[in-house]
Design a protein around this ligand. Structure first.
Ligand code: GLY
Length: 431
């Protein structure tokens, strides 16, 4: 079967690489892809939101399964558009993708399904929001309702910060008119974060291995928020007991509530969890795989990914159980190399050197994100450029191998965090 992956980041390169390993897959296309997806598959120059163009391509090339990476096309209804044409596609419908596309929808769903989450209120005018903030005796998080490329969640330490967040989202409409029409104001929770993703179809929920992201730009979790500067899997924080609790008290009631509301979720349900002193709380839901969490997770997955996604699309996921998923027991660490200036302004088109040397190292895979081919050379084309991912017998070994590979790669302005996985490694050492 021919497969089409939609997107152009590190997550999509990992999907192309993994799907291409299936004996049931003939060719993997990626739209629009990057320099890495062109090496492991075939790129197609179509934007992720050009649905009619993508549909024409899928019909012409006999695509048996389309797999959607990013949230934007999902929230815009790519799954509905493909299905209306009789095409098989993995991901949630537009209605179900609201779980990520609308923070208001998501928080109300969590409240309705009794999912543990931070207390919150929804506002559609700035003035009542300001009054509410003045009466809070704790720090808050202000969230734009709609998608804002990961920037619409503002963590506020002071009342002034929160007032400014309301102005940015609702008055100055920095994240767009529609994303800022409503806001959620919720209590800021303290704890360590964990990413828990699960394959969902019908009533079947199959959790994937746990992982942890590193959202801040610089070492020691300092600097501005980014799309994610590195990740590892499994996360020692995600003990079997904790993961079980998250499945029972969050994933199961959420999936059931969506089914009852006639917006059943089919795809990857990603719970952004914070582990507080009172137990796990859901910070947010996403309707797709995490980036860069997917890179170490797929490095470890031994089960045929195509078989899994194919079964989900046909609502046959119940033929698999969590225990049938086979994982490499070794941990994996992914270190993101970014362009100087990211997540702010950065330049593109820098020649990347050392990729072949890095690829020679055992148990290393360099996933491309913001890269492209230009005159036969691989150059930078985005903020997050590469996700250098390695397996090791321990997290410390996986980390050492990933950084060994990172050291072989260079381009002007390149930077990465030096402390990916350190918190978990220190925890392992102190046990
Ligand atoms: N790594 C965070 C995300 O994918 O949303």
């Amino acid at each position: 079967m021919n497969v089409l992956v939609i997107g152009k980041g590190g997550r999509e390169h990992a999907l192309v690489w993994k799907l291409a390993q299936s004996p049931r897959v003939k060719r993997v296309y990626c739209a629009p892809g990057n320099a890495g997806t062109a090496l492991d598959g075939v790129n197609v120059p179509i934007d992720v939101n050009e649905f009619s163009h993508l549909i024409r391509f899928a019909k012409a090339e006999n695509i048996g399964l389309t797999v959607v990476g990013p949230e934007d096309p999902l929230a815009n209804g790519i799954v509905d558009a493909f299905q209306a044409q009789g095409l098989r596609i993995f991901g949630p419908s537009k209605a179900a993708a609201q779980i990520e596309g609308s923070k208001v929808y998501s928080k109300k769903l969590m409240r309705h399904a009794d999912v543990p989450t931070a207390e919150f209120r929804v506002f559609d005018h700035p003035e009542p929001a300001r009054k509410y903030i003045e009466t809070r005796e704790y720090p808050v998080v202000v969230k734009a309702d709609g998608l804002a490329a990961g920037k619409g969640v503002i963590v506020c330490n002071t009342t002034d910060d929160a007032m400014e967040a309301v102005n940015r989202i609702m008055v100055r409409e920095e994240f767009g008119h529609s994303a800022g029409r409503q806001i959620v104001i919720e209590k800021k929770l303290e704890g360590e974060e964990l990413s828990v993703m699960a394959l969902v179809a019908g009533r079947t929920i199959i959790p994937l291995a746990s992982s942890q992201d590193h959202k801040r730009a610089f070492d020691g979790d300092t600097g501005p928020n980014t799309g994610g500067m590195g990740a590892y899997s499994p996360a020692p924080l995600g003990t079997p007991k904790l993961l079980d609790e998250i499945e029972t008290h969050a994933l199961v009631p959420t999936v059931h509530a969506m089914k009852r509301a006639r917006t059943p979720f089919r795809g990857i349900l990603y719970a952004g969890v914070i582990v507080t002193n009172q137990g796990p709380r859901i910070l947010e839901y996403n309707c797709r795989l995490g980036d860069p969490e997917t890179q170490p997770i797929l490095m470890r997955l031994k089960t045929d990914l195509f078989d899994l996604l194919d079964a989900a699309v046909d609502e046959r996921l119940d033929t698999f159980t969590e225990h049938q998923l086979e994982w490499d027991p070794r941990p994996a660490v992914c270190v993101v190399i970014a362009s100087g200036g990211y997540p702010g302004n950065y330049s593109k088109g820098k020649i990347i050197k050392g990729l072949d040397d890095a690829a020679q190292l055992p148990d290393v895979k360099v996933f491309h994100a913001g890269t492209k081919l230009e005159s036969g050379m691989i150059v930078t084309d985005g903020g997050r450029v590469l996700g250098v991912t390695a397996l090791g017998d321990t997290l410390a070994q996986a980390k050492a191998r990933a950084y060994e590979a990172v050291a072989k790669i260079s381009f002007p302005g390149a930077f990465c965090r030096k402390d990916i996985a350190d918190k978990a490694i220190n925890k392992e050492l102190s046990l």
